[in-house]
Design a protein around this ligand. Sequence first.
Ligand SMILES: Nc1nc2c(ncn2[C@@H]2O[C@H](COP(=O)(O)OP(=O)(O)OP(=O)(O)O)[C@@H](O)[C@H]2O)c(=O)[nH]1
Length: 397
Amino acid sequence: MSYRIGLVGKPSVGKSTFFNAATMNDVPEGAYPFTTIDPSVGEAYVRVECAAPEFGETCTPSVGYCEDGTRFVPTKLVDVAGLIPGAHEGAGLGNQFLSDLNETDVLVHVVDFSGETDIEGEPTEGHDPRDDIDFLETELDQWYLSVLGKGIERYETGYTTEDDDIEEELAEQMSAFRITEDEIKRLIRRVDIGFDPGEWDDDDRLELAREIRRETKPMVIAANKMDTPEAQENYDEITSDPDYEHLTMVPASAHAEKALKSAAEAGVVEYTPGTSEFEIVGDISGSQEAGLEQIREFIDEYGATGVQDALEAALFDVLGVIPVFPGGANGLGNERGEVLPDCYLLPPNSTAEDFAYSLHSDIGEGFLHAIDCRSNRQRGASYDLDERDVLEVITTN
Ligand SMILES: Nc1nc2c(ncn2[C@@H]2O[C@H](COP(=O)(O)OP(=O)(O)OP(=O)(O)O)[C@@H](O)[C@H]2O)c(=O)[nH]1
């Protein structure tokens, strides 16, 4: 399954810089990036420690690439345009923006932590980045609330059959958000408002809408422009503010990542995305060197530029995606001589049987069991996949 990470942010926060940096990849020969005619969709990568070295092998990825034992597994990054000035004045978020959001699995909200852009993206000083975070969350909550309201109305007017449960009605009304009846039930329990919507007041509805939004639009904050003077103070303040505890924040400098990738493309530095080191290998001017040294200072302090980390936080930490390698118990290679060619990204709580279906969609009832290639142990249908499992699927056909 291919995941779509949505990139959102008001103008001038560095969203384009982030998108370009994340999707501009010096992909080695032999790797085939997907092609797209839609410029707002790009191929980015998430890193997974390759399993091949544990088996004394060298992998041959069919998509993405592997560098020094790190697999770069492709994922789609979608630039969700339209978080526009004026939306906060009552125009609301545009319909296109909202429907584009529903095509994504998780969001990275790029926020300017320098405080140097106001809510409309115009230059200013001392702007509180919390306003931008609140703005997007509030708008999304209002959108969810309006859809939730429609579901409650349908339920209360008895438009549906009598023995429908409220969670069933809401799951149907909110199907675009990809939420199930069971999940709604769990969230109603969590906000502790009972199952009779007639008893819910405005605050209850809003709280439920917010829980459903947090569940279905999980979000990472890319705290961008951390290389500027005011950013650290803002970051410290916001990460210690209990109102923002529910959010994962990644300090970032999209600008630094873009500069390093451009320099790598020009052959003047060697840089593996997401790492804490790079080496100057070509001739550069004094000012270029000074620029790179500033980036080095940033990386020394934060460990990386944060662009790669933000994508991985979105997919692995927030969404809980599990990377799994299909392998062979009697050797990792397949019949074409490829070694560990794939790394699948599976939804959280997937089982060995789910993995088998994602490998062979036509498997029908044919799943027998899986074999853990590290231990040679059999894994039954309900085995919960572990991060970086290497599994062979055994079927009847
Ligand atoms: N200091 C600093 N500046 C950055 C960083 N990332 C982007 N910028 C600058 O911020 C400005 C806006 O960057 P863009 O990438 O064009 O921002 P955007 O959010 O795509 O803006 P729109 O194109 O208006 O939607 C540019 O001058 C960038 O050079 C960063 O990490 N640090």
